[in-house]
Design a protein around this ligand. Structure first.
Ligand SMILES: *Cc1c(COP(=O)(O)O)cnc(C)c1O
Length: 377
C-alpha cells in the first residue's frame, strides 16, 4: 500500500463545494487582489491567533523580508537565527544587505537554544528570528526576555506553526514584535498557490507593514518609505477562509497520528529516535506536527528503503545554513554547530497529514521496523 508524504487531494475533495463556491465568488466580484475577502481573512486570523493586527501578504518569504524592511535592517546589521531551518529564514536577512548570524539548536526540540542566542548578541544585533520548526513552539518567552533586555525586536518565523500554542495557551506569532506565517500548500493551513501573513500587536508597525505591502505608498502615488508588491490575492484569501474553521480538526488529526506513531514505534522496540514535545503532557497545541520527524543513524538507507516500498519520506533539512555555499563568504566554523550538523545527517520526516489511516501508519512503522531487523541495527 503506497503512503505518500502528503495528499492534498483528499482535503480538496472534502471541501470541494465550499472552495469552488469561494473561487466563483471572487471571479464574479472581479476584485482579485486584497479587497473584502482578504480583509475578512485578516479579521478572522486576528481572532484565531489572538493578535491585534494580521496583514495578508504574498508569501512567508515576503513576510520575513517585510519584517526586515519595517525595521530598516541593512548593511552592517546582524540578525540572529537558528542554523537549522528552511532557507527563507536566512535569505531575508542577506537580501536586505544585513548579516545573518547562525546559532546552534536544541537536540530535543530542534529549535534555537536561547542561551546560545544570548551569547551571540553584539552591539550590531538588530533582530532575533526564532523559528517554530516543524510546528513545535520554540522557547519564545526566554527569547523575548533576551530581546527586551537588549532592546532587540523578536521576529517569529511561525511559517510551519500556525495555531501552535505555548504552555499557557498563547499562539505563536503573537508573542514577539512581528510574526511571520506561510500559506504554502504544504503548511497546515495551505492556499492554492503562494500566500503569507504578517502579525503584530503594535499599531505603528501595523501601519508601516501595510504601507510596505503596497510599495510604501500612502496616499496613492506618494511613497514615503521603500516597499514592494507583497499583496495577497483575493482567491487565496477566499480559499483560506473556507479552510480556517477546519484547522483545529486537522491539528487534532495530526496529533492523533503522531501519538499513534509514537506508540507503535515504542511497542515494536524501534531504534529510530522519535520527536519529543517540549511541553509534553499539556493539553494545548504545543506541537501541530507540520512534520513528524524521526532520527536514524542510517537515515539515507532507510529513506531509500521506504521509497522503494512506495512510502514518502523527506529530509528537512539536509544542509544547515552555515554549510550552504551562498554563506561560505561568512567564513563560519563548522564545529560551532554540532547539533545542526548531527540533525542534518539523521533527520527524516514521514507522512503525518490528518487524513492518513491507521492502516497506513501501521504500514510505515512495520516497514521501518522490518528494515531495522533485516539490516542488523
Ligand atoms: C515555508 C517556510 C517559509 C517560507 O514560506 P513561503 O510561503 O514558502 O515563502 C519560511 N520559513 C519557514 C521555516 C518555512 O517553513
Amino acid at each position: 500500500m503506497p503512503v505518500p508524504l502528503l495528499d492534498l487531494k483528499i482535503q480538496y475533495q472534502t471541501l470541494k463545494p465550499e472552495i469552488d463556491a469561494a473561487l466563483m465568488r471572487v471571479a464574479e466580484s472581479q476584485v482579485s487582489i486584497l479587497g473584502p475577502e482578504v480583509d475578512a481573512l485578516e479579521r478572522e486570523l486576528e481572532a484565531y491567533l489572538g493578535v491585534k493586527h494580521a496583514i495578508g501578504v504574498s508569501s512567508g518569504t515576503d513576510a520575513l523580508l517585510m519584517a526586515m524592511m519595517a525595521y530598516n535592517i541593512g548593511p552592517g546589521d546582524e540578525v540572529l537565527m537558528p542554523s537549522f531551518s528552511f532557507f527563507a529564514t536566512a535569505g531575508c536577512v542577506s537580501r536586505v544587505g544585513a548579516t545573518p548570524v547562525f546559532v546552534d539548536v536544541d537536540p530535543v526540540s530542534f529549535n534555537v537554544d536561547p542561551e546560545l542566542v544570548r551569547r551571540a548578541i553584539t552591539p550590531r544585533t538588530r533582530a532575533i528570528i526564532p523559528v517554530h520548526l516543524f510546528g513545535q513552539a520554540a522557547d519564545i518567552d526566554a527569547i523575548v526576555a533576551i530581546g527586551k533586555e537588549h532592546n532587540i525586536p523578536v521576529i517569529e518565523d511561525a511559517a510551519q506553526a500556525i495555531g501552535t500554542q505555548t504552555a499557557d495557551g498563547r499562539r505563536v506569532g503573537s508573542i514577539g514584535e512581528i510574526g511571520c506565517f506561510s500559506f504554502y500548500p504544504t503548511k497546515n493551513l495551505g492556499a492554492l498557490g503562494d500566500g503569507g501573513l504578517v502579525t503584530t500587536n503594535d499599531d505603528d508597525l501595523n501601519i508601516r507593514l501595510r504601507q510596505i505591502r503596497n510599495h510604501g505608498m500612502e496616499p496613492r502615488y506618494y511613497h514615503k518609505i521603500m516597499g514592494g508588491n507583497f499583496r495577497l490575492d483575493a482567491m487565496q484569501g477566499a480559499i483560506l477562509r473556507v479552510k480556517l474553521p477546519h484547522l483545529a480538526g486537522w491539528h487534532a488529526g495530526r496529533r492523533r497520528n503522531a501519538a499513534l506513531y509514537t506508540n507503535l514505534f515504542r511497542e515494536a522496540g524501534a531504534s529510530v529516535l522519535l520527536p519529543t514535545s517540549v511541553y509534553a503532557g499539556t493539553s494545548v497545541d504545543s506541537h501541530i506536527f507540520n512534520q513528524y520527524t524521526i532520527r536514524s543513524t542510517r537515515r539515507d538507507e532507510l529513506r531509500a528503503h521506504l521509497q522503494a516500498q512506495g512510502i514518502g519520506a523527506e529530509i528537512y533539512y539536509p544542509v544547515p545554513f552555515h554549510r550552504q555555499e551562498c554563506f561560505h563568504s561568512l567564513g563560519l566554523n563548522d564545529a560551532d554547530f554540532p547539533v545542526s550538523n548531527e540533525l542534518a545527517e539523521s533527520v527524516m520526516s514521514i507522512p503525518i497529514y490528518p487524513e492518513l489511516t491507521e492502516a497506513q501508519i501501521g504500514e510505515v512503522v512495520e516497514t521501518i521496523v522490518a528494515f531495522e531487523r533485516t539490516s542488523a541495527f
